[in-house]
Design a protein around this ligand. Structure first.
Ligand SMILES: Cc1cc2nc3c(=O)[nH]c(=O)nc-3n(C[C@H](O)[C@H](O)[C@H](O)COP(=O)(O)OP(=O)(O)OC[C@H]3O[C@@H](n4cnc5c(N)ncnc54)[C@H](O)[C@@H]3O)c2cc1C
Length: 500
């Protein structure tokens, strides 16, 4: 890359902090950095900010609390506030402001176990919050390359309609989900499960309109054996109270199904074994005729690879049509329903994870390990979607495992998991931080992606101001600034007395 060839660039700019990727972690990172005083640029390849939360239609924030029994003890997470809340900060502010706009189902100041929200209002809110914080935003702008000198990231290259731009900064944050920046800078990374690199599957989220839910409830009442979560009384009660609901039902309990009609994703061992519907919130109320659907449909592809991604998106669209046809043919209440919307972005659960100064493991999550350099806390169970489609291990819960933390405790996320090995001037946030395949099942949830985004933003701003690399920063400064920004670290050790 001809860094010093001025003619090659449409612009050359210099920032305190630049964030690549304006998704779940990235928009929060940019807000946190700007609020901490940094002159901040956010670069996003699409026209929508919010990543999976908006473009991906993943409209249930799960969970800011300590996870408690998703299928048995607590089937109604959308209306549950019992367990301890461990993620706050900008994530809670987003929930509060969405509630004010009629765009989320929760309580101000605290979050239900799953917060259902309106992705259209979130798109608007993110823009407002970035604007208020003074972040410069470049949409439709793809980060394509990086300039590294002696292991230090100096600049990134961004392509958009105006040409190729050289963007310099004191500190960069990689919030691309795929670790595009870190990998281009030479950071080590891992992919998928240890034995063969296969990742959790992707899903294209879709919504259906024209749904007759009372008809579905009547069918479930007559055939309760297929219900995988909760009771029909509990679901109907919530529906009547205008609260969000989720119905998860086994396809085996449906009537007269021709097995050839069951949606089957290429590369999956089996066709689907259950269907799941949840309601949407729009304009401050639950929409009674619209349902949101997530089905695993893309297996065995590397979705950080452009040609695999294109293939995956097309597979997912075919799978959505199979699913819609299946719903209309076999699921009571869906006879006259129609495909309302598919997500603009394929729902990618897993691609590259950087190898950082510390790699968080499944044991760290399950044992609720504490770290002195904590920058966030998590309580979500490890949710592993079967890499092959309904493996024996995941059979019990429709292709997914939910492995909860022992004794109902929270784990800490160490700052070192945001620092890619062998590279300076760079932090990573969101699902590409330094965790193992199983631990990702917990940390990839939207709450932790927002929390690691906030931590990366604060650390980047401090690093720029104090003229030290992120690795050289005093952890207590980051922790104190995060607490000032209302993050929940569950208490931190007191600062040592002056002169100690
Ligand atoms: C199908 C599915 C269901 C899920 N269900 C839930 C759930 O119920 N609850 C929950 O809490 N979590 C859920 N998750 C997990 C969660 O939504 C994601 O893991 C999380 O949102 C990822 O955040 P992120 O910031 O790392 O990535 P993203 O939100 O994907 O953001 C990455 C951003 O970077 C941009 N980008 C990428 N490359 C570049 C580049 N080179 N240049 C510029 N921009 C770039 C992308 O366009 C995107 O905006 C689900 C995930 C999936 C896929």
């Amino acid at each position: 890359m001809a860094e010093n060839d001025e003619r090659a660039f449409a612009s050359r700019t210099k920032w305190d902090v630049t964030v690549a990727g304006g998704g779940t972690a990235g928009f929060v990172a940019a807000i946190a950095a700007a609020r901490a005083g940094a002159h901040t640029l956010l670069v996003e390849r699409y026209q929508t900010l919010g990543g999976m939360m908006t473009g991906g239609l993943v409209i249930g924030i799960h969970t800011m609390r300590i996870h408690q029994g998703i299928s048995t003890v607590n089937p109604y997470q959308e209306t549950t506030y019992q367990s301890q809340q461990v993620v706050r900060g900008i994530a809670q502010e987003v929930v509060d402001r969405l509630i004010e706009m009629g765009g989320a189902f929760s309580r101000k100041g605290e979050s239900s176990s799953i917060v259902r929200f309106d992705p259209e209002l979130l798109k608007y809110l993110i823009s407002e919050m970035l604007d208020e914080a003074g972040v410069e935003v470049w949409l439709d702008s793809l980060m394509t390359d990086v300039v590294v000198e002696d292991g230090m990231v100096k600049a990134i290259l961004v392509n958009n309609k105006s040409g190729r731009h050289l963007v310099e900064a004191d500190v960069f944050i990689d919030a691309t989900g795929d670790a595009d920046l870190a990998v281009a800078a030479g950071a080590p990374w891992e992919l998928g499960r240890p034995q063969d690199g296969r990742t959790m599957p992707a899903s294209m989220v879709f919504t259906m309109g024209g749904v007759d839910l009372p008809k579905l409830f009547a069918f479930v009442r007559e055939n309760p054996e297929g219900l995988e979560s909760g009771s029909i009384d509990g679901i109907e009660q919530r529906y009547c109270e205008d609260k969000p609901i989720l119905v998860r039902y086994s396809t085996k309990a449906l009537k007269n199904v021709d097995p050839a009609d069951l949606p089957r994703a290429p590369g999956a061992r089996n066709p689907i074994t259950h269907f799941q519907v949840s309601t949407s919130i729009r304009g401050g109320q639950i929409v009674r005729t619209e349902t949101n659907h997530i089905m695993d449909s893309v297996y065995g592809l590397d979705l950080a690879n452009a040609s695999d991604l294109s293939e995956g998106i097309q597979r997912a669209r075919r799978h959505v049509m199979q699913a819609v046809n299946f719903y209309r043919k076999y699921i009571p209440g869906y006879e006259n329903a129609y495909l309302l919307q598919t997500a603009d972005q394929l729902g990618v659960r897993e691609t590259r994870r950087i190898v950082g100064d510390y790699v968080m493991t499944a044991e760290d999550v399950l044992n609720a390990t504490k770290f002195p350099d904590k920058i966030a806390r998590g309580g979500r169970a490890m949710n592993i979607h079967s890499e092959d489609g309904w493996s024996a291990a995941a059979e019990g819960f429709s292709g997914k495992q939910w492995l909860e933390i022992k004794d109902g405790k929270a784990y800490d996320v160490p700052y070192r998991a945001l620092l890619p090995k062998d590279v300076e001037g760079l932090l990573v946030a969101g699902r590409c931080i330094s965790v193992d395949h199983m631990a990702l099942g917990s940390l990839r949830g939207e709450p932790l992606c927002m929390a690691t985004g906030q931590a990366a933003g604060v650390a980047a701003a401090l690093s720029s101001q104090l003229k030290v690399t992120p690795r050289q920063l005093d952890i207590s400064l980051i922790q104190r600034k995060l607490i000032e920004q209302n993050a929940d670290l569950g208490g931190i050790p007191d600062a040592p007395p002056a002169g100690a």
